[in-house]
Design a protein around this ligand. Structure first.
Ligand code: PLP
Length: 409
């Protein structure tokens, strides 16, 4: 039907399915959802308006929507051992916005990780609402170790007295010590927000310590290691429940995306299974092998390793920029994304590094031995980037290899 009615969209979808099937996706913020999640996200729940919250909506006909949202909330709380969950944020950015709007006034101070060390746009970057509305201060990683220097964070916090401290990152590959952040926040009387967008799945599997006992607020996306539909999530203590809920609606959103909330509910249920815990363990195992293989081939890894699902490769010794590497790798069927390295001299549109991770390829069933082949192909591609014939051969091998793994976990 779609094929006949809207051939352009049908064609783009068909090609996207092919691309996902025949390529190796190393973007650490992406994943592939189960058929059950696809089913509810593509369901008629998309037809329903449901402004408000379960039992107190501004629309009639919300009986079944209430069932869905209540389940999503209950499951999120259980999964993360949280007192309250808001499952309505349309994205991770909106989750962060809602937290800021709940306790900050324009002009208040935020302290967060700078973008080249791994911070996100919504952590106070000037071109983002968070940098426009608030006075932002940044902590970086240590220049030598490329690890968070908690003493420096403390020094800045004492000096600037921020109203909120943000910990959590888009490309920091090491364990984040939420307890240390909490001590600093308490010392300066600041709120603490842990943005666990990337590591939520690892936290569920206890492969990364959880922040619940240390923070007033936790935000997350649901589509990265958590392997749910594209969306956001806020967890908080009961004392902030009303503030957070009203910050979402009427504060910054209207009707929730009920079909996506249904997908989140299914994802939370999946995350409670042993299979999911095994999956998270395999993500980390794969990532460690991937990282070691790069090191064996003389690639410099930011912070010299990883504890998580991802890491950043500094490409300066390979005489290629992040952008060039991303483009040449895409040509052979390996999808990565260019990424700043700490204190990068190049702009975000070019960068000196690429960020790689294993959530997606692990969902497809790839294991340690496959990581070795992937690094081999990446290395061969970057070394032979002028050799069209060689690139074609690598591309063929990758296509054959990738097609052996299913695109539904
Ligand atoms: N926070 C962090 C740490 C992220 O990495 C991201 C997304 O990459 C977000 C928030 C924002 O998520 P979204 O793209 O869903 O707005």
């Amino acid at each position: 039907m779609l094929k006949k009615f809207d051939h352009e969209i049908y064609y783009a979808l068909k090609k996207e399915v092919e691309k996902q099937r025949y390529t190796i996706n190393l973007i650490p913020s992406e994943n592939i959802v189960s058929k059950n999640i696809l089913k509810v996200v593509g369901s008629i729940f998309t037809n329903k308006y449901a402004e408000g919250y379960p039992g107190r909506r501004y629309y009639g006909g919300c009986k079944y929507v209430d069932v869905v949202e209540k389940l999503a909330i209950e499951r999120a709380c259980k999964l993360f051992n949280a007192e309250h969950a808001n499952v309505q944020p349309h994205s991770g950015s909106q989750a962060n916005m809602a937290v800021y709007f709940s306790v900050l006034n324009p002009g208040d101070k935020i302290l967060a990780m700078d973008i080249s060390s791994g911070g996100h746009l919504t952590h106070g970057v000037k071109v983002n609402f968070s940098g426009m509305l608030y006075k932002t201060y940044f902590y970086s990683v240590d220049k030598e170790t490329e690890l968070i220097d908690y003493e420096k964070v403390r020094e800045i916090a004492i000096r600037e007295k921020p109203k909120i401290i943000v910990c959590g990152s888009s490309s920091y590959s090491r364990i984040i010590d939420f307890e240390k952040f909490s001590k600093i926040a308490k010392e300066v009387n600041a709120y603490l927000l842990a943005d666990i967008a990337h590591i939520a799945g690892l936290i569920v599997a206890k492969l990364h310590p959880g922040p619940v006992n240390f923070c007033e607020f936790i935000t997350s996306t649901t589509h990265k290691t958590l392997r749910g539909p594209r969306g956001g999530l806020i967890l908080c203590k009961n004392e902030f429940k009303e503030k957070i809920d009203s910050s979402i609606i009427p504060g910054i959103q209207g009707g929730p995306l009920v079909h996506v909330i249904a997908g989140k509910a299914v994802a939370f249920k999946e995350a409670m299974t042993k299979k999911f815990i095994r999956y998270q363990n395999q993500i980390v195992k794969n990532c460690k092998v991937l990282c070691e293989e790069f090191k064996n081939r003389n690639y410099r890894i930011v912070s010299n390793g990883t504890d998580t699902h991802m890491f950043v490769i500094d490409l300066r010794n390979k005489k290629i920029t992040g952008l060039q590497a991303q483009e040449i790798l895409e040509k052979v069927g390996i999808i990565t994304n260019k990424n700043l390295i700490p204190f990068d001299k190049l702009p975000p549109s070019i960068t000196s590094g690429i960020r790689v991770g294993t959530p997606c390829i692990t969902s497809r069933g790839m294991k340690e031995k496959d990581m070795i082949r992937i690094v081999e192909w990446i290395d061969e591609t970057l070394k032979n980037r002028e050799n069209e014939k060689m690139l074609k051969e690598i591309s063929k091998k990758i296509r054959r290899f990738a097609s052996e793994f299913p695109i539904y976990p």
